[in-house]
Design a protein around this ligand. Sequence first.
Ligand SMILES: Nc1nc2c(c(=O)[nH]1)N[C@H]1C(S)=C(S)[C@@H](COP(=O)(O)OP(=O)(O)OC[C@H]3O[C@@H](n4cnc5c(=O)[nH]c(N)nc54)[C@H](O)[C@@H]3O)O[C@H]1N2
Ligand SMILES: Nc1nc2c(c(=O)[nH]1)N[C@H]1C(S)=C(S)[C@@H](COP(=O)(O)OP(=O)(O)OC[C@H]3O[C@@H](n4cnc5c(=O)[nH]c(N)nc54)[C@H](O)[C@@H]3O)O[C@H]1N2
Ligand SMILES: [Mo]
Length: 670
Amino acid sequence: MLTTVENGRAVRVQGDPEHPFTAGFLCAKVNRYLERTYHADRLLHPLKRVGRKGRGEFVRVSWDEALRDIAVRLREIAASTDGAQSILPYSYAGTMGMLQGQSMDRRFFHALGASKLDRTICSTAGAWGMRMTVGANVGADAEGIPSSDLVVLWGTNTLTANPHLWPFVRQAKDQGARVLCIDPIRTRTADQCDEWIPIRPGTDAALALAMMHVIFAEGLQDDDFIARHTIGVDELRQRLNDYPPERAASLTGIPAARIIELAREYGRATSAFLRINYGLQRHGGGAMAVRTIACLPAVTGHWRRAGGGVQLSTSANFKYNTAALERPELSPAVRTINMIRLGDALTLPDAGVGGPPVRALIVYNSNPAAVAPDRNRVLTGLRRTDLFTVVLEHFQTDTADYADYVLPATTQLEHLDVHFAYGHHYATLNRPAIAPLGECKPNTQIFREIASHMELANACLADDDDALLRQALDTTDEKMTTVTYDALMERGWVRLNVPTPYLPYADGGFLTPSGKCEFYSARMESMGLDPLPAFTPPHEYPESVPDLAERFPLTLISSPRHQFLNSTFVNVASLRKDAEPELTLHPQDAASRGIEAGAMVVVFNDRGAFSARARVADSVRAGVVWAPSIWWGKLTSDGHNANETTSQRTTDMGAGPVFYDNLVEVTAVV
Ligand SMILES: Nc1nc2c(c(=O)[nH]1)N[C@H]1C(S)=C(S)[C@@H](COP(=O)(O)OP(=O)(O)OC[C@H]3O[C@@H](n4cnc5c(=O)[nH]c(N)nc54)[C@H](O)[C@@H]3O)O[C@H]1N2
Ligand SMILES: Nc1nc2c(c(=O)[nH]1)N[C@H]1C(S)=C(S)[C@@H](COP(=O)(O)OP(=O)(O)OC[C@H]3O[C@@H](n4cnc5c(=O)[nH]c(N)nc54)[C@H](O)[C@@H]3O)O[C@H]1N2
Ligand SMILES: [Mo]
């Protein structure tokens, strides 16, 4: 991103036209980054709560007063019989920078002896799935897509979540490739594809298994690739006997004839690109689904060629020196709390995992009062008067309303950082373009100052951001040799030391213990899991929980609204416009409930409820409803959002969230 600055003020942001992947354009949201940065509501100085928690009543205080009081409170808690483990950090994707997201913050909490946070809220299930099959979250290179003869956008809303991929898809399409979208919702992405394949939520593994069934039955597999680079093909073939297309049809809701045709299309293609993404792994069997799909390109040998293979992410290629940044050795043996179980962690006496209750919560780069599942429980916890809460933020979010202190943080225009990527292979430097607004400080600086007020002794707690940057880059990893301080400073971005396009498994070399693509996983067997690909039903799969499904017959998907980035940008006027929370229902589901387009509806289950304006369209499968998210509760008419209904249950591997594995009922408001 290029920022133009006049007289100390940023006046324009634009994509870098020289960047090979982002190619000069920004997404719909980041295009509005100036409006966000200079927003009238931007937090510019520290605040101390005066009203009841949740009311948002605060007064301005000095940094010195805020830091001194925070240090006193944290020291008190650390010295109590509950100990420092009763302090919990909470952070995720606000910024994903290596410095502002996982450096001084981690050092501080480690040195303090705070509980650790398992950062599972997005991608762990899928990452585990990839790890089990190919060895790491390292997939095919999107820059190969122009050579693809088939592109499958599988469980991803590319035009919304990852628009920079689209030009590559277009290029393939212009050269004759078919582009398919497998999604329960006909998203704006599906609309631009040659075909939308509406699938029942959480059943993707059954589809992939039936595809493999047909591929082997019709001899479309690559026997040479399988013999040289995979293990467990005999066991896999035996397993595939359980998944004829007719059975998969009843599981997935896709007609058997279409499954057979899809298998043939895939099997006959020479380099099909499977762009899977995180949407499909937000279900009870999400890891197994990803693991199963990831077997496909080894069965057909598509990994051999540019544009072939599967990509969930490219992130595991980026080997910044996280140990140097985070200094895990500073931490004593402490418990770990799963971030998606925050509701339990704040409301159960042993935080749900054993040990002392959580007595202090330090939130940065996250808005758990909007984004975490089981929102009722989260808010009940945040409301506790005996909980000491500090929030580092740009804005007075739902979460900030519950803080004892709110500390104003800098944005990416105002601080230094370095980034990995999860859809391409370029490292990015983030240089500050303007001075911090008001009294804002970078997260790193805020943690340095809290540490110094607490008189924590370790010298690494004083490292400045330039030193942190150099430590992040201090690695001998082969793929990182091009990512040097000087190269980043010169151009702002640099490609990892991998060819273009990068073919990670063209000659095998899988990153698993066996070095092969593991159709059969001994590691999963030793974890007590099914060692072979399988269909693992969602937790709230109607066939497994008929009583629940009778009361709550619809599956709610609350994936991102095009104009929001999780809960970021919801308060930016040009992006929210006059929008209000919406729910799309299939005409059959609307008719059977007497719901007309434009009516206000309530979406509910045993966990909670939120209201939305009904849209009626056949762009969702019958039985599926869509509530574009993630709204700030305080910017809705009823104060609620979709996470009132989502659960704290976890995925089969990786202990990830199951946001879209969520049965609800919908009624019209009369
Ligand atoms: N129902 C439902 N829930 C979901 C999802 C969904 O699709 N549906 N998506 C899930 C996913 S994939 C994710 S990743 C999570 C994301 O959830 P979060 O990690 O909470 O991400 P955001 O809501 O984008 O950002 C949180 C806050 O970080 C702040 N922030 C940004 N940069 C900085 C900074 O430099 N310093 C500080 N101190 N603050 C900063 C922003 O102002 C914002 O308020 O939500 C999850 N929750
Ligand atoms: N504009 C915008 N861009 C974003 C974000 C944002 O909030 N807004 N968030 C960012 C973040 S943190 C992330 S993790 C990514 C997420 O982006 P993606 O990985 O694309 O994931 P989602 O948007 O959660 O879901 C994508 C699609 O999966 C579909 N889906 C749900 N369940 C299933 C299923 O069982 N099977 C199949 N086949 N499809 C299913 C949903 O209907 C949805 O259309 O996007 C990033 N980019
Ligand atoms: Mo995410």
